[in-house]
Design a protein around this ligand. Structure first.
Ligand code: AMP
Ligand code: MG
Length: 672
């Protein structure tokens, strides 16, 4: 029932000469036909150059005739270039201005790129036709049109002369419902909760912008939230995957690590090298003494090195010149100091005695060497004997540990910068109308729940060495959630949310990711305990330069234990992979059960446990107690997750089984 007519005017001097260079016309036609709810017919598409009169003639040809279309959109000529003149051509034709539509379009593109402000759109009505000027870039034009498309039918009816009292019977809510919009579209305001966490040098965030995908994903499985509780799915439409299948999908869809140049300092700890590092200097850079003693000239042909020698000079470990050592002399030298030219070896101070001193007794004059057969090069560190110049000291893929060995190597050869994989910056968001700041004063009102997940997940992510941005708490409203996620993706590479992934009508994460952000849900259900509704998706975004790529979002279950367990099981491997860390995820160890464990008949269980290296050399595991997924106490002191398979039996004490080590291994051996 296409009852609304639209005409498209492409304003482009290039396309007017060669129509094959235009792509906007087809794209805009597509938007009307595919996203316009079947209401639109594109009746004409024309191309003119950037000429005020040509533009005006074409438009009035449409608007001032008998068969005037309901809407005319132009694309192109809205910029600041000298020849850009579409707004100048259109403005005088308008009988009524429509700044609201202009505002809506600008706001929608501004959410995508600051360059939106470089467009000068106008909108309004001439006779019974609504006229809009869209930018010339196909993408910008499409986004602008999408942002107001749903509102156009109503405006058209009014412009065409429909009785506005009839039109508005039922109020704004009915209008919104008929148009299929929730509230003012294209209205993006930032929310109060988000603020930056710490940020450290050498890890610049990519300030990526979400792409507006007003077009719903091809086949969203998620609920359409506007249908309400009566028409939602009553069982999850997402296939139940095994943990291994889920991890495989994460591996597949986690973006490849990015390479950045980073300063060699403490912030490098936890980073993985993206290059082989070669020593550009030798260590030591000069022949150095290994001991405190006397630099000597070793006798050739096995002659005795014994004798009394004058101390001709002193070489301390300090930069500067040292006089050449002549035969029959010695030089006092300290550990690490350069050998004087001419010297061949060093005799330890322990192998010498003082023979004579200066008159004031403050200096050595002569020293007797007691060593009999000093050889050439004795007690000397040769140039490059610790690190050879041009040798590879660290390999691509090696991690810079906090222990210090890798930083030490880099520092010793004077490397100021290295190429590493950029660690993703992580945003953490809690969701739920019931969730309040954990620190809020006063008693809880009925239904309020303190936010336990956000502080916990943030600390876990920081503990694993990632920079974290606090994205606050989002309400259970599609639009608020969408905005929070969009804003979040401007600041971070990966978003971790908790809550809102179960089967309630207010569980909005999946629909928001699929329907509002145009994301792809790779899995939405995993056969595990706790953590069944864990959701993993990627969302298309683009950065300031217009480059498109995917960002990752993990929507973890709301129950605190489920959230932490699934963080470690699913999020961590993805973060590791994105940072170039291999193997990714928690290390697996074998443990021996200290007591019986009953298996869950349906789902694999990740049982919180304390594992300890016993005096018998065996790693023992015991449960932290009640494992209900809301009982965060089951995580207290836990340093491992025992991987219990699904099954009907009970594992007996002494059974050996795999566990994932989350924290430090406890030990029954004392260090002190
Ligand atoms: P949901 O998946 O949103 O239905 O949440 C499941 C359960 O987890 C509910 O009991 C929520 O109140 C609870 N929950 C959700 N988010 C949090 C949070 N950030 N802190 C503590 N509990 C939460
Ligand atoms: Mg909730």
């Amino acid at each position: 029932m296409s009852n609304l007519k639209t005409a498209i005017l492409i304003v482009s001097t290039t396309a007017s000469k060669d129509p094959s260079t235009d792509s906007s016309g087809g794209i805009l036609k597509d938007v009307f036909e595919r996203e316009g709810g079947g209401q639109w017919e594109v009746v004409d598409i024309r191309i003119v150059g950037d000429e005020v009169l040509d533009i005006q003639r074409t438009i009035t040809g449409w608007t001032d005739g008998a068969e005037s279309p309901n809407v005319i959109i132009t694309t192109g000529g809205t910029g600041f270039a000298v020849h850009d003149s579409t707004p100048e051509a259109v403005t005088p034709l308008l009988h009524k201005q429509a700044p609201g539509l202009v505002h809506g379009m600008l706001a929608a593109s501004l959410a995508v790129t600051p360059f939106a402000l470089m467009s000068r759109p106008v909108a309004g009505v001439r006779h019974k036709t609504i006229i809009l000027t869209l930018p010339g870039s196909p993408k910008g034009a499409r986004e602008n049109l999408q942002s107001i498309l749903k509102l156009l039918p109503h405006a058209c009816l009014q412009a065409a002369g429909a009785d506005s009292r009839t039109l508005h019977a039922g109020g704004v809510k009915k209008l919104e419902k008929d148009a299929g919009v929730g509230a003012t579209p294209g209205h993006f305001h930032s929310h109060a909760h988000s603020h930056h966490g710490h940020s450290h040098g050498g890890h610049n965030h990519e300030h990526a912008m979400p792409i507006r995908h007003t077009a719903p994903a091809e086949n969203p499985k998620s609920n359409d939230p506007s249908l309400g509780p009566t028409r939602r799915n009553r069982s999850s439409p997402y296939p139940m995957l095994s943990v291994d299948e889920a991890i495989k999908l994460i591996k597949e869809h986690t973006p490849a690590p990015k390479i950045v140049t980073a300063k060699v300092d403490g912030t490098l700890v936890g980073c993985v090298l993206a290059e082989d590092v070669t020593a550009t200097e030798a260590v030591p850079a000069y022949r150095a003494s290994i001991v405190d003693g006397y630099a000597v000239i070793a006798p050739e042909d096995g002659g005795s090195s014994k004798g009394v020698f004058p101390v001709a000079s002193i070489s301390h470990a300090t930069p500067g010149e040292i006089p050449e050592l002549k035969p029959g002399q010695i030089t006092r030298i300290t550990t690490g100091a350069p050998l004087p030219p001419g010297a061949t070896s060093v005799v330890m101070v322990e192998d010498t005695v003082l023979k004579t001193m200066t008159d004031d007794g403050s200096e050595e004059k002569e020293v007797e060497i007691l060593a009999e057969d000093v050889k050439s090069a004795e007690n000397i560190r040769e140039i490059g004997s610790d690190i050879k110049k041009d040798s590879v000291i660290l390999r691509k893929g090696e991690e810079i540990s906090a222990i210090g060995g890798e930083l030490g190597l880099l520092a010793s050869v004077g490397r100021a910068k290295v190429m590493v994989y950029k660690k993703p910056v992580i945003g953490v968001l809690s969701t739920g109308d019931e969730i309040i700041e954990h620190s809020r004063d006063g008693e809880l009102r009925l239904g309020e729940v303190r936010d336990c997940n956000r502080p916990t997940i943030m600390s876990a992510a920081r503990g694993w060495g990632f920079e974290v941005v606090d994205l606050g708490i989002a309400r259970d409203k599609s639009r608020h959630l969408e905005e929070t996620l969009r804003n979040g993706f401007r600041k971070v590479d990966v978003i971790i949310t908790s809550g809102g992934v179960s089967m309630g009508e207010l569980d909005l994460l999946k629909p928001t990711i699929e329907r509002s952000l145009g994301g792809t849900i790779h899995f939405g259900r995993v056969s595990m305990k706790p953590g069944k509704p864990t959701t993993f998706a990627t969302v298309p975004v683009k950065n300031n330069t217009g480059e498109r790529f995917e960002k990752v979002i993990f929507s973890l279950p709301g129950n605190p234990v489920s959230a932490i367990v699934t963080f470690h099981l699913f999020v961590l491997p993805s973060l590791h992979q994105a940072s170039g860390i291999a193997p990714a995820g928690l290390p697996k160890i074998q443990v021996t059960l200290d007591h019986e464990f009953r298996l869950d008949p349906q789902r694999a269980e990740y049982h919180r446990a304390i594992v300890t290296l016993g005096r018998d050399g065996v790693i023992h595991a015991s449960s932290t107690g009640g494992q209900r997924s809301s009982r965060v106490g089951s995580l207290k002191s836990a340093n491992a997750l025992i991987c219990l398979p699904a099954g009907k039996e009970t594992l007996s004490k002494g059974s050996k089984i795999e566990a994932l080590l989350m924290g430090k291994l406890k030990s029954e051996f004392d260090t002190l």
